[in-house]
Design a protein around this ligand. Structure first.
Ligand SMILES: Cc1ncc(COP(=O)(O)O)c(C=O)c1O
Length: 392
């Protein structure tokens, strides 16, 4: 199973040890073929509009399957940051409220919170300082949540420390204080089993170009069903109404434009498509559908939980032997492990010379194996790392 999944990844076939899935995932062959066929059809016969819309519908179904939600709770977006800003426009937030973020969030959500403060939509951005913390991390977030908190906006797994936050704990506190819990799940969905009901979050977002092993320009928003009813849609477009092209396709099939559009009485859909504004990047979602199918066909991530955990443990043990300062807290359960080094780009370049790809980030090297990586690849990486001696 694993060797078949590996044989479909070009970069793996070339003999590269690809351990930068937190940067961008490699594309499986099925994805490439789906995109190639789509653009070729466009080239030869004109825009494959219906097929493109069907691919969006099916991508949403597959993503819902991956995280255990209903498809009605999923909106397709052109990326995580776009999804976040779209959903924020529809929440009722008090102007004297605060938003709680952390310094291990990817900057994009922190910048969005600052923008909201600048424009007077909230009065304070509270940043939980977690970077060098190895214990009681959730406590530091909880301490910042009070009656004036309108949104807790955190990353499920941190891009820069690899720490996986206990969302259930944070969700209890957020609920108690009447705050929304919005989670950037980019580094979890696709590599860690995400059971959205267990996590008890209000909104969960991801993008497609990392652990979902697909293209840039795609993403998903999950919105808890009860919250969908409360959303106040302030901005919209022809994909966000009940009479949208996708809903017309379901009713009229290919003759979707036979009825005029009603410009006076706009009815909104009940599902999360009310957060979709305009034509989806249909090429991207053609690839996304194929990538999600690839992951689900190979039973990733569920069947590989122990496997990826083992790979991360091997890396941790190897780094400890090299006396490296490991940034990732020991009790973290993610597929990202980060260690400090003086010159990260130098270390990354040395590894690259040996066909090993990791990411250099400020003051650190980040190693991020996915389900398709093997123990042999980790052994080779550690052997080369020992030779480089990055923590001397
Ligand atoms: C955790 C996290 N969130 C968001 C982003 C950016 O998302 P997008 O490029 O889809 O806006 C990144 C990019 O690296 C990320 O690591």
């Amino acid at each position: 199973m694993l060797s078949e999944a590996r044989s479909k990844i070009g970069v793996v076939r070339k003999g590269v040890i690809y351990l930068d899935n937190a940067g961008a995932g490699p594309l499986p062959e099925d994805t490439i073929n789906a995109v190639k066929n789509f653009v070729e059809e466009w080239f030869l016969n004109g825009e494959p509009w219906i097929k493109g819309l069907e691919n969006v519908i099916n991508s949403k179904k597959l993503f819902a399957q991956l995280i255990g939600s209903d498809v009605e709770e999923i909106a397709a977006t052109p990326g995580l940051t776009y999804g976040l800003n779209i959903v924020l426009t529809s929440l009722r937030i008090k102007r004297d409220s605060n938003i709680v973020v952390t310094d291990i969030n990817f900057p994009t959500s922190v910048y969005t919170a600052h923008a909201m403060k600048r424009s007077g939509l909230i009065s304070e951005v509270r940043i939980a300082r977690l970077y060098n913390k190895h214990e009681d991390i959730e406590d530091h977030i909880e301490k910042l949540i009070d009656d004036k908190t309108s949104i807790v906006l955190i990353d499920h797994v941190s891009w820069i420390t690899g720490y996986k936050i206990d969302l259930r704990r944070i969700s209890e506190k957020a609920r108690e204080k009447g705050s929304y819990l919005i989670v950037d799940g980019f580094h979890a969905a696709g590599v860690l089993p995400v059971n959205i009901r267990d996590l008890n979050v209000d909104i969960y977002l991801t993008g497609t170009y990392k652990w979902l092993m697909s293209l840039h320009g795609g993403g998903f928003i999950y919105v808890r069903k009860d919250l969908l009813k409360e959303l106040e849609i302030r901005y919209s477009g022809w994909f966000g109404v009940r009479d949208s092209p996708i809903n017309r396709l379901k009713i009229f099939g290919e003759e979707m434009f036979k009825e005029p559009f009603n410009l006076e009485n706009i009815d909104l859909p009940d599902d999360a498509s009310k957060l979709e504004w305009g034509t989806h990047p249909l090429i991207v979602f053609t690839g996304v559908k194929a990538s999600l199918k690839y992951l689900i066909d190979y039973k990733a991530p569920e069947s590989y939980v122990y496997h990826t955990k083992r790979l991360v443990e091997m890396i941790r043990t190897g780094l400890e032997e090299m006396r490296c300062e490991i940034v990732t807290p020991e009790n973290s359960e993610s597929s990202i492990i980060v260690f400090k080094t003086k010159d990260p780009y130098k270390v990354a370049r040395e590894l690259e010379k040996n066909n090993i790809i990791v990411s250099a980030r400020p003051g650190v090297i980040r190693i991020s194996p996915h389900f398709y990586n093997t123990e042999e690849e980790i052994e080779t990486t550690l052997k080369i790392l020992k030779r480089i001696d990055p923590c001397e």
